[in-house]
Design a protein around this ligand. Sequence first.
Ligand code: MLT
Length: 202
Amino acid sequence: DLLFTHRFEPGDRSGATPLLLLHGTGGDENDLLQLGAMISSGSPLLSPRGRVLENGMPRFFSRLAEGVFDEEDVRHRALELGEFVQHARKRYGIDAPLAVGYSNGANIAAALLLMDPHALSGAILLRAMVPLTDPPAARLHGKPVLILSGRQDPIVPADNAGALAAMLSAAGANVDHRILPEGHQLSQADLGLARTWLAEAK
Ligand code: MLT
């Protein structure tokens, strides 16, 4: 059986980009289904639940403190997620998905791009930060990446989001980094920007 507890929605629009939905700390596989359908209606949606528990809250990798990651676990969990995606693609017959991750889910999506570039066709990273201080030399060959940061985000310092954008650009991704007048929470503006960007990225 597939390693992650997950939901899969087949979608009803042929050729629509499949989305890999990655929730934030304390979320689960149901959290982002609605967001995914709003960003790209009719897309197949693959939505795993993070396998790490922090005080009962699902996450995609362990951390030592808020914003301080267990990088060995980040690497291991990113590769594990990449394997899940590969197996799920076979089972459900979908192309390489574009990740849509929020907070902890955005951070594992960024790590997956760097650790296993073939797993994803691109990514929308909502409130992401640098997941690995010394990532392997990935080649992202122009994969589209949208990073949406909040100027008042108390969890992600602005220069950290900028460093992530620079890291992914240096690896060859086609990065669009926007900074919104928001905090860590998502807003209507995130949704609108993500939808427009995705329609143009294809
Ligand atoms: C993380 O642990 O990935 C970040 O601190 C975001 C969060 O989940 O709060």
